[in-house]
Design a protein around this ligand. Structure first.
Ligand SMILES: Nc1nc2c(c(=O)[nH]1)N[C@H]1C(S)=C(S)[C@@H](COP(=O)(O)OP(=O)(O)OC[C@H]3O[C@@H](n4cnc5c(N)ncnc54)[C@H](O)[C@@H]3O)O[C@H]1N2
Ligand code: MOO
Length: 398
């Protein structure tokens, strides 16, 4: 069977995937969530002409011939506007954020004034409107300022609050059930027998899911047993994505594909032209999407970035784009590539304005230590020619 190109596999995985439904979330809990609808301002900000400095609210015409002495008629502070109207020759003490008193048009900062007894002396003139924030300077009621799909970071949350939204419609977090498979696996912290290892892929993938805006549900470790894997898949009936780790290849103990098919999943693809990650598979049953990730830890996590993260993005209403690549120069010679798109773990140095990516000499897909200490992946197209140190390459930064 021909290996499916990486881009084709991602398109097949994302095809017809619908975003999760919207749910209301209080502002305090909305950090990191993704807006399901555009958000319009409930009010104008600032709602009134406001002083941007501490000083004196005046009429610019009155201080055109400064120095000149004005009569003090009151005070305006933030939250405490001046109720009256200021007439010719008069001034109001004003503080940052206070509404401009009726009749005034300019703020003279206190550094340029000398306070007297019931008077203030303007030491210099100011152009009309100086240090006045016009009503609506920031935004006007009805303006749509946050678009659907916006990830709610600190800036978006502060703006939503200023627009007077206490609750926001966000996409439900995509639920990703993660099932490890393999007789050789024990959970982290356990006591492996002589022929066992510690399961690591689930911990990494759960972190990836969380960072992408999803909710990871740990389905534990299933033995290499078709019935057991099938039964565990069934416990994830309400998941948006079932991620199966390991058992994706062609060995006698690799049951993932069969288990999925027996549970009613139709396969979109199996085996892709990628290293690491060749045995990747995807399928679906109704709205549930299954992703069979290779057992080799590096393959599992690299495929997580290239496939699971875009899938979560799509479920959150995004485009599901592949990770962005950047230009760099190679820090070592590379041999010609074969038919699989290669994702080489590499360190990154900065030489002047240029990034230099140096792939580790050994690229075995079991080597988590290299992966964890890599700064980037060097992406090599299928059949890329041999390349020498100093030649350009494309990288995905961690
Ligand atoms: N004859 C062939 N053999 C293999 C092929 C092939 O094309 N022909 N592909 C190889 C490639 S590439 C990969 S990747 C692996 C993936 O195989 P599986 O997805 O079936 O994974 P397993 O066999 O179950 O495990 C592989 C390896 O990874 C370890 N593992 C599994 N799960 C975990 C986990 N949750 N945490 C940590 N480590 C895990 C497992 O112990 C094995 O060492 O197949 C090649 N073989
Ligand atoms: O695709 Mo596998 O991950 O090379 O070992």
């Amino acid at each position: 069977m021909a290996l499916v190109p990486v881009e084709t596999a991602r398109a097949l995985l994302l095809r017809d995937v619908m975003p999760t439904p919207a749910e209301p979330v209080a502002l305090a809990d909305a950090g990191g969530r993704v807006l399901a609808e555009p958000i319009a301002a409930n009010r104008t900000q600032p709602p009134f002409d406001a002083s941007s400095m501490d000083g004196y609210a005046v009429r610019a015409a009155d201080i055109a011939g400064a120095p000149v002495t004005l009569r003090m008629v009151g005070t305006a502070a933030a939250g405490h506007g001046f109720a009256g109207t200021v007439g010719p020759g008069e001034a109001v003490r004003i503080f940052t954020g206070a509404p401009m008193p009726a009749g005034t048009d300019t703020v003279l900062i206190q550094e340029n004034a000398r306070a007297g007894d019931g008077t203030v002396e303007a030491l210099q003139s100011e152009p009309r409107g100086r240090f006045v924030r016009r009503a609506g300077l920031d935004f006007a009621a009805g303006e749509v300022l946050l678009q659907a799909g916006r990830r709610l970071d600190e800036r978006a949350l502060a703006l939503a609050a200023a627009m007077n939204h206490a609750v926001l419609p966000v996409r439900r977090r995509p639920k990703v059930a993660i099932l490890a498979t393999g007789d050789e696996l024990v959970a982290p912290g356990g006591t492996p027998a002589a022929d066992q290892i510690v399961a690591s892929n689930g911990a990494g993938l759960a972190a990836l899911v969380h960072a992408a805006g999803g909710e990871a549900v740990d389905l534990g470790i299933a033995r290499d047993d078709l019935a057991e894997i099938e039964a565990r898949i069934e416990t994830a009936a309400d998941a948006d994505v079932v991620a199966l780790l390991g058992g994706a290849s062609v060995g006698d103990h690799d049951f993932t594909r069969e288990a999925l098919q027996r549970r009613g999943f139709t396969l979109d693809f199996w085996k892709i032209a990628m290293r690491p990650g060749k045995p990747l598979m995807a399928g679906r049953a109704g709205n549930r999407i299954a992703l069979g990730l290779p057992g080799n830890p590096v393959a599992s996590l690299v495929c997580g970035r290239l496939f699971l993260v875009p899938l979560i993005d799509r479920l959150l209403g995004g485009a599901g784009a592949a990770p962005a690549t950047l230009p760099a120069l190679l820090g070592r010679d590379l041999e010609a590539n074969d038919l699989r798109e290669d994702y080489l773990r590499a360190t990154l140095d900065r030489v002047g304005d240029t990034l230099v990516a140096t792939p580790f000499a050994v690229q075995d897909s079991s080597m988590l230590a290299h992966l964890a200490n890599a700064d980037c992946l060097v992406v090599r197209a299928p059949f890329a020619a041999a390349a020498a140190a100093g030649e350009p390459c494309r990288i995905i930064r961690f």
